[in-house]
Design a binder for this molecule. Structure first.
Ligand SMILES: Cc1cc2nc3c(=O)[nH]c(=O)nc-3n(C[C@H](O)[C@H](O)[C@H](O)COP(=O)(O)O)c2cc1C
Length: 334
């Protein structure tokens, strides 16, 4: 089974991905949080750093683009191709109102004719320039401008609708017309945001009717979750995991039958992420913001830890933060 690390904007930037790849096994591909090109055809500084080959050396990486304008998408795809990326993922799932209002992400699912035209234009453009390939067996490429074969794979990450899933079958018909190498389905609507449970009936429809390999995404947090999914869908052989991996960075290893997360390795991972946050972020507030967001997920691994986690949340300086983390690791077990 292939296991992919989902993109999580604000969390799984290159520092996170590198630390994870160095300390944990089991991930076949890391997807970048979206880059969102606009008419200026310049990546923002943070986007540029996130996809730079030197910041992703040795990482099986798939960059993701959020765009509804073919010329901007194709510009960004070209930039990524030149950096040595050989798969590009299109974000058709972001549910955030600021994105959806601009008819991007899950907002693109509201007008299927426009989506169809968009896909037609970007697929034609990518095929003309680079030659689209759909071989899923291809190993994921690391960004490396020097050593990559020609050809480009195009994948899609989608939700199942905006208000509801009543147009999901039409959506699937559209996807079936294009040379998509993998279709990742997060079976929630835009309106669901991250609430409610994934709609497995609609996922079943995608799995049965898709002309492309389908990747399941949503709420896989344990071996039991995966077992339940495989029970119902024995055909699924690729999954994408986001929050479950942020919570338990050893989850992919565990799902493959390996060791459970150890406290010492969680500590090493935390320390690597903290050092990177200090190195790359401008000041105490963003560093603490980043680390506290991680603790929202990682904190649930510890038993009887609420009062220690509260100290972490309350910390206002790096000294207080480090002391609170030290106390948590000293007093609590996973
Ligand atoms: C904080 C956060 C940021 C996210 N950023 C992105 C993103 O940049 N691109 C994307 O396709 N999905 C993004 N997602 C959605 C996840 O990739 C994933 O589809 C979702 O969390 C469901 O999977 P999970 O239940 O395994 O977490 C984000 C989700 C969260 C919670």
């Amino acid at each position: 089974m292939n296991i992919y690390f989902a993109p999580l904007e604000g969390i799984t930037g290159y520092s996170y991905r590198n630390a994870h790849h160095r300390l944990f096994t089991g991930i076949d591909r890391y997807y970048t949080p979206f880059v969102a090109p606009n008419y200026t055809h310049h990546f923002k500084g943070k986007e540029m750093a996130d996809v730079a080959p030197e910041n992703n050396a040795g990482l099986p990486l798939v960059p993701q683009i959020l765009s509804n304008r073919p010329e901007d998408f194709l510009w960004a795809a070209g930039e990524l191709y030149e950096r040595g990326c050989r798969e590009i993922n299109l974000n058709l799932g972001c549910p955030m109102p600021t994105v959806v209002r601009k008819k991007r992400g899950a907002g693109q699912l509201a007008d299927l004719d426009a989506l169809d035209r968009f896909l037609e234009e970007i697929c034609a453009g990518m095929d003309r320039e680079y030659g689209l390939r759909t071989d899923t067996a291809a190993t994921a490429s690391c960004p490396d401008p020097a050593g990559q074969a020609p050809g480009l794979r195009f994948s899609v990450k989608t939700r199942i609708g905006v208000e509801d899933a009543s147009h999901a079958a039409d959506l699937l018909k559209i996807y079936n017309r294009y040379p998509i190498c993998e279709l990742t389905v997060h079976p929630r609507t835009q309106k669901d945001m991250y609430k409610n449970t994934p709609d497995l009936d609609v996922f079943a429809m995608f799995l049965e009717g898709s002309a492309h390999p389908v990747v399941y995404n949503g709420d896989i947090c344990s071996a039991e979750d995966l077992a339940a999914l495989r029970d119902r869908f024995p055909k699924v052989d690729a999954i994408m995991i986001g929050r479950g991996l942020i919570t338990n960075p050893a989850l992919a290893r565990e799902l493959r039958g390996g060791d459970r997360l150890r406290k010492t390795e969680l500590r090493s991972f935390h320390d690597a992420l903290y050092d990177e946050a200090v190195r790359t972020l401008p000041g105490t507030a963003p560093i603490l913001g980043r680390m506290k967001e991680l603790w929202f997920y990682m904190g649930t691994n510890f038993r009887d830890a609420e009062r220690y986690l509260k100290e972490i949340r309350k910390s206002g300086t790096l000294v207080q933060y480090r002391a609170a983390v030290r106390t948590l690791f000293a007093r609590c077990e996973l």
